[in-house]
Design a binder for this molecule. Structure first.
Ligand SMILES: C[S@@+](CC[C@H](N)C(=O)[O-])C[C@H]1O[C@@H](n2cnc3c(N)ncnc32)[C@H](O)[C@@H]1O
Length: 323
């Protein structure tokens, strides 16, 4: 489980309460590794919380001492300068927010359309739905940070998924298309431009076409529902494509990625037109087949990487809540 789960965020596809019984030796080893990682993570979190508290206290004292050691006139100057610094910081943040809104509105007119198909909620557990909501929030945040973002669609958005999304702070202000209808109805006139991205397709994506609407299956299932998106697209008679992962790297397991990973790869590709760089930046090393390197670096490195990943996710989630 990802560390983010501690904050109620589980962006991985791993079940929360996996039972040890009936697990293969390999799975037990993996589980043990995971448990050790989680214990270390919890310790680190507590340590950091404590450190943060101490640092805040230290700064408060430092400020008070600074004030007591100077004249009243100096005190006023110090207070004014602190206030002005705060105002500057706030102005910078608000400028950044405005720029983001401008970029996202521009993407609405001319950006790459990316659809998240939310018609699978009946196939997911409550935990998986929660995880999907976190992945959507993360994807929105990453998109907002891009110099040239895409335009996100949430189709088939209803029921529990919709209620959970509505509860996200700032969700109402997100610059996206939110549709209760399935994409096949909402985008009826664009049917020939719909491309379902699915790892089971035989077509390898080599470029992104600005006219197309790339659909990502809103599913957290650890591939329990193997082939479901491929089957759906075939039945609907729409195009399919898989990411060209195999052309650039070997994966240690399947090439099925999470929703946020697929979206982030697309966004990175839109910026640099470089699949290899996009895969390397987004796909965690532990999922890539660099066994020699991985073995050398061992568990500690694996954990460090997970920490960085969840830190990145945490930062993005803060940005998304900022709307
Ligand atoms: C966790 S996967 C869901 C897997 C699901 N069993 C299926 O059949 O699609 C989430 C979505 O990410 C997209 N995806 C994941 N890996 C992909 C790949 N290698 N190429 C293209 N799309 C991919 C697909 O749209 C997929 O539905």
């Amino acid at each position: 489980m990802e560390a983010a789960q501690e904050n109620g965020v589980n962006m991985s596809e791993e079940p929360i309460n996996s039972q040890p019984s009936g697990l293969s030796k390999n799975a037990q080893k993996k589980q043990l590794k995971q448990q050790r990682y989680e214990a270390r993570k919890a310790e680190k979190k507590a340590r950091m919380k404590e450190e943060k508290k101490r640092e805040a206290e230290r700064k408060r004292k430092e400020w008070e001492e600074k004030l007591t050691n100077v004249s009243q006139e100096e005190q006023l100057k110090l207070i004014e300068s602190r206030k002005s610094l705060r105002r500057e910081r706030m102005a910078k943040r608000s400028q950044e927010r405005e720029n983001k809104i401008r970029r996202l509105n521009k993407a609405k007119e001319e950006g790459q359309n990316i659809v998240i198909d939310l018609e699978f909620s009946h196939l997911m557990t409550a935990t998986e739905i929660h995880s999907l909501v976190q992945q959507i929030m993360y994807s929105y945040a990453v998109n907002g940070k891009c110099a040239s973002p895409g335009h996100l669609w949430l189709t088939g958005c209803k029921g529990e998924l919709e209620s959970q999304l509505q509860r996200l702070p700032g969700f109402d202000k997100w610059i996206i298309e939110k549709e209760n209808r399935p994409y096949i109805e909402a985008l009826e006139e664009q049917k020939e431009n719909l491309v379902y991205l699915t790892a089971d397709s035989e077509n390898v994506l080599d470029d992104l076409d600005p006219k197309k609407f790339y659909i990502v299956g809103g599913l957290v299932d650890r591939n329990r529902w193997k082939g479901i998106t491929m089957k759906k697209a075939q039945e609907q008679g729409i195009q399919t494509a898989k990411l060209p992962i195999g052309n650039y790297l070997k994966m240690s397991s399947s090439q099925v990625l999470t929703v946020n990973q697929v979206i982030e790869i697309i966004l990175k590709f839109l910026e640099a037109r470089d699949w290899k760089a996009s895969f390397f930046q987004v796909i965690p090393q532990r999922k890539r087949c660099e066994t020699d390197l991985e073995e050398q670096q061992g568990e500690e490195e694996d954990c460090k990487e997970k920490d960085n990943e969840s830190e990145r996710k945490k930062q993005c989630i803060e940005v998304a809540s900022d709307s």
